[in-house]
Ligand binder design. Structure first.
Ligand code: NZQ
Ligand code: ZN
Length: 390
């Protein structure tokens, strides 16, 4: 049941080993002042910074810098970024980094001129930018794969004082205008980050897959993406420099969360709400917060969506359903997923991320409740899932 929707994705992608050359095509479209946003320094070590700056210079740009975007970017950093963007009179924000850098660039782009506290406006009140608000265009050079931030309007910001980590999914005006996707730029990622990103991708797909009971093309697309992800992840875990596997993973990440597979469906996102609450209390790596809570959550909602879990088992994990009840098939699928996650080296327990029993009530309070999946969790159920994840 696909229902009514509109679909438009305005982000232009440059993909492959030569993708950075796309900057020469894009940069002339914007004014002289470029705010170059990046993280804690990985791009200086692996040479991407020098290559980007050289292209900016040959295109006659004046480069202003905004370094030090931390994983899970904060409200304080966002305030600083808005000041830098205004001081630079930025015509373009060029984000060079992972999801944190891209998310942050989008937050700055929509906040610099808004004249209000962006945390309260966009992340607590969930207001949209006014139609006449100037939004600074953003372009991305992606160096870490997982979030899909390179081709969506998502922007997740953490308020450490309030212990809240909240995402706002902005509309098309805030999507990156262009993104450069060179799989080789991800080769220097530590393995922990690579597999965290792989699970982030899997989780994005599952958040959109485990909902509804209708026959929906989006579900078939997602099964294909999952099969390809599982295959390439196994190769990349053994041979991180395998270009074919890493390029497939990069492409899957983009399609997992560029709005396509959500069309005509309800979606869940409760795993992300649990993971983001964990992130707000621990500052842990995003994908690992998701892997730690996923199995207890899926086993908890299994009775409410058994048919879909059985389909998932057969279509994605090759479980043979013959002679088995739906519930048996579904359970075998989750067991196969759990074994795969453990084999990949993902974090399977919150305690590994520094969570203690005493923190669980606070994390439960920071968890937003979604209503698009198979079960709307009560406060007690959220706490129970977190306890089981410990
Ligand atoms: O800061 P640097 O030094 O660059 O190091 C980063 C960072 O420490 C490092 N890194 C990135 N590329 C590298 C590299 N190290 C070596 N070589 C490279 N090529 O990796 C670390 C993690 O980077 P980060 O950007 O934080 O990771 P990720 O891409 O997973 O982004 C996480 C953020 O995105 C949000 C998360 O909540 C989190 O705040 N999300 C955004 C979404 C969206 N826009 O739709 C959806 C996601 O579900 C997610 O919530
Ligand atoms: Zn995610």
């Amino acid at each position: 049941m696909l229902g009514n929707f509109t679909y438009c994705n305005p982000t232009k992608l440059y993909f492959g080993k030569d993708a950075l050359e796309g900057l020469d095509e894009e940069l002339p479209k914007y004014g002289k002042n470029v705010l170059l946003v990046y993280g804690g320094g990985s791009i200086k070590k692996n040479g991407i910074y020098d290559r980007v700056v050289a292209i900016l210079q040959r295109n006659g740009k004046t480069v202003y810098e905004d370094p030090g975007v931390m994983p899970n970017p904060t409200t304080e950093k966002l305030k600083e970024g808005c000041e830098r963007a205004l001081a630079a009179d930025a015509d373009l924000i060029l984000a060079v980094g992972g999801g944190s850098v891209c998310d942050y660039a989008k937050a700055v782009s929509v906040s610099a001129h808004c004249g209000e506290d962006p945390w309260e406006k966009y992340y607590l009140r969930f207001e949209e930018p006014a139609d006449d608000l100037p939004i600074i265009p953003v372009g991305c050079v992606l160096t870490m794969v997982g979030t899909g931030s390179e081709m969506n309007g998502g922007s997740v910001i953490t308020n450490r004082a309030q212990k809240l980590k909240i995402g706002h999914v902005f509309g098309e005006r805030v999507f990156p205008k262009f993104s450069v996707l060179n799989p080789e730029f991800t080769f220097t990622l530590p393995k922990y980050q690579m597999i965290s990103g792989i699970y982030d991708i899997m989780s994005h797909i599952l958040e959109q897959y485990f909902s509804g009971t209708d026959d929906n093309t989006s579900d078939y697309l997602m099964e294909g993406l999952l099969r390809s992800l599982i295959h390439s992840a196994e190769i990349a875990a053994k041979a991180p420099l395998d270009y074919e596997a890493r390029s497939n993973i990069m492409w899957i990440a983009t399609w997992a969360l560029n709005t396509l597979v959500a069309k005509g469906k309800t979606t869940d996102w409760e795993v992300h709400m649990l993971g983001q609450a964990v992130g707000a209390h621990t500052d842990a790596t995003h994908g690992m917060t998701l892997s730690a809570v996923s199995m207890p959550y899926y086993r908890h909602i299994l009775p409410y969506g058994t048919a879909k879990f059985a389909r998932y088992a057969a279509s994605v994990w090759n479980v043979d359903p013959r002679g088995k009840s739906e519930m048996q098939t579904a359970r075998e699928g989750l067991a196969a997923m759990e074994a795969w996650m453990t084999q990949l080296g993902l974090v399977m327990h919150l305690s590994e991320l520094g969570v203690t029993e005493g923190m669980l009530e606070g994390i439960a309070k920071s968890t937003l409740v979604m209503d698009g999946g198979y079960k709307v969790l009560t406060a007690e159920e959220i706490l129970a899932v977190l306890k089981e994840s410990l």
